[in-house]
Design a protein around this ligand. Structure first.
Ligand SMILES: [Zn+2]
Ligand SMILES: [Zn+2]
Length: 518
């Protein structure tokens, strides 16, 4: 059982992209009974047919032979990969329309980890507390134009803590105007810091030129992510080459020590572009024009497949004549399609009136007070007479679902169903929103209709399958609906006598919560 020969053949370096399994390794392995990963120990390794035999922790004796690609180290999906391993998986290439973008070197299945990257820098207040305090004071005296000190703080922390090579990597990130002159905030901060008492090697900041500082601030502004727990920013090297799409090919979650776990959201061919969404999931459900407006924060016009559609089906208006058909606006002309039921189309006068009304409602919904449910209800009801399959109805369905969940569960469930319908109609991809809609609806069903087992299982199954793609089968988010599914399917089997669902007939215990101990 020695691997020395193989190692030599590869130039003495272990090929990290292909973990080598050894007897006794503690691993997650796929149990074919339900396609969930469980903790086990490797008992046999067969290099010839690329399989291992595992001993399950719960002593189950079925499906013990597992192929190499269905075995993973407990940390494989959460611990940052080496730079070399990432390079092997993804390549930066220059494109005509969008500049530098990121592409996969291998085909990916939905939910497959593309790579896991460690941050280049995590700029939290604790890294340089004196500097943070100093900037905060400046901001209190006169607020910075960006409305926050985090970008300037992160830029200065980069100078304080990173090697020159890594600072250059940050400076080289996407910035809309690379030669931008230093603005008043940058000059003001540098001046104030000249005499301030700072952390560590403050002379590095004294030597910093205003223009260079400005460039770093912009690099952070256009490429970083908000830290998921604290007030601060995180910047990644490869990830910041990912372009935006309103229909992104990838999704992501956090791994160990702020690592960025990038997964494919859909099947990707070799050479396919890796994109993420710079917008929140809920903004992806808003109309093309609203998305485009929000993306102005990054100073580009999105040309993704969804933004290029000629008809925006997230802005439906009920046909004024037959009251049955739904009309959608055509993007280039601004007019509406012909009604598919009565064949009429609004006159240009009516079109203008409808568009004005839409604009008024958008503004009204924007300013709604989520706590004033009566008011939301009034606006919602009035809007239902005019709109159908419109994103503003989705926004109000969300407020009403959240507001009524405790008090009026039946009403709330109806809003939740409508949220799911709209999401599927407008943007049918796995998203955390859609997965949780199903899980929450399943929770309500358990309370209200515990005997409708087929329905409960369907909601939990959908949530489970989507979350498995979005953050992997061993993530706690995914374990939640899986465990509910298991609970439902293991209670009172008579309700399932017609065999409506056999999927989990072979399922065993719930998924363990990362309980592996090495
Ligand atoms: Zn777009
Ligand atoms: Zn009609």
């Amino acid at each position: 059982m020695t691997n020395t020969k193989d190692k030599e053949a590869k130039g003495g370096e272990e090929d990290e992209s292909e973990p080598r399994w050894r007897i006794g390794d503690r691993v997650y392995a796929l149990w074919a009974g339900n396609n969930c990963y469980y903790v086990s120990t490797i008992a046999e390794v067969s290099e010839a047919d690329r399989t291992v035999v595992v001993t399950w922790d719960d002593a189950d004796t079925s499906h013990r032979r597992v192929s190499f690609d269905q075995v993973m180290r407990p940390s494989d999906e959460t611990t940052a990969w080496s730079r070399a391993r990432i390079e092997k998986r993804a390549t930066v290439r220059h494109t005509k329309q969008k500049g530098r973008c990121l592409f996969t070197n291998e085909a990916c299945e939905p939910g497959q980890v593309v790579f896991v990257e460690r941050p280049l820098l995590v700029a939290l207040p604790a890294v340089a507390p004196k500097l943070w305090e100093c900037l905060q004071k400046l901001h209190e005296v006169r607020p910075l134009n960006l409305g926050t000190i985090t970008f300037h703080f992160a830029a200065l922390v980069s100078v304080l803590t990173l090697e020159p090579g890594d600072i250059d990597v940050i400076r080289d990130k996407y910035v809309p105007e690379p030669d931008e002159e230093p603005n008043e905030d940058v000059i003001r901060i540098l001046k104030a810091l000249q005499d301030a008492e700072l952390d560590g090697e403050s002379n590095k900041i004294c030597k910093l030129e205003a223009k260079s500082f400005q460039r770093l601030v912009s690099a952070w502004r256009y490429n970083s992510f908000g830290h998921h727990k604290e007030d601060g920013l995180v910047l990644y090297n490869r990830i910041s080459m990912c372009a935006h799409s309103c229909d992104p090919t990838c999704c992501w979650s956090y791994g160990d020590e702020d690592a960025f776990v990038l997964r494919s959201r859909m099947a990707l061919e070799k050479g396919g572009e890796l994109t993420i969404s710079y917008l929140q999931d809920e903004d992806l459900l808003k109309s093309t024009s609203v998305r485009q407006q929000k993306l102005q924060n990054w100073k580009f016009t999105c040309m993704c497949p969804r933004c290029s559609l000629k008809v925006d089906v997230g802005r439906g208006i009920r046909c004024q004549r037959c009251k049955v058909g739904v009309l959608y606006p055509q993007v280039p002309t601004g007019g509406f399609e012909t009604c598919k039921v009565c064949g009429s189309s609004p006159s240009s006068e009516d079109t203008q009136m409808l568009l004005n009304m839409e604009e008024e409602y958008v503004a009204r919904v924007d300013s709604l007070d989520k706590k004033d449910l009566d008011d939301v209800q009034t606006v919602y009801q009035a809007a239902l007479d005019i709109f159908e399959r419109h994103w503003i109805l989705y926004v109000m369905d969300t407020i009403l679902w959240e507001g009524q969940r405790q008090k009026n569960i039946m009403e709330a469930m109806e809003h939740q169903r409508r949220r799911i319908d709209f999401h599927q109609h407008y943007y049918f991809r796995p998203t955390f929103i859609l997965a949780w809609c199903h899980e929450e609806l399943g929770d309500c069903m358990v309370q209200q209709f515990p005997s409708r087992k087929w329905h409960l299982m369907q909601e939990f199954q959908r949530a489970y399958r989507m979350l498995a793609i979005l953050c992997g089968t061993t993530h706690q988010y995914t374990a939640s609906p899986y465990n509910k599914l298991w609970q439902v399917s293991s209670t009172n089997n008579s309700a399932n006598a017609n065999g409506a669902n056999t999927e989990t007939s072979e399922s065993r215990k719930p998924v363990a919560q990362v309980s592996i101990s090495m």
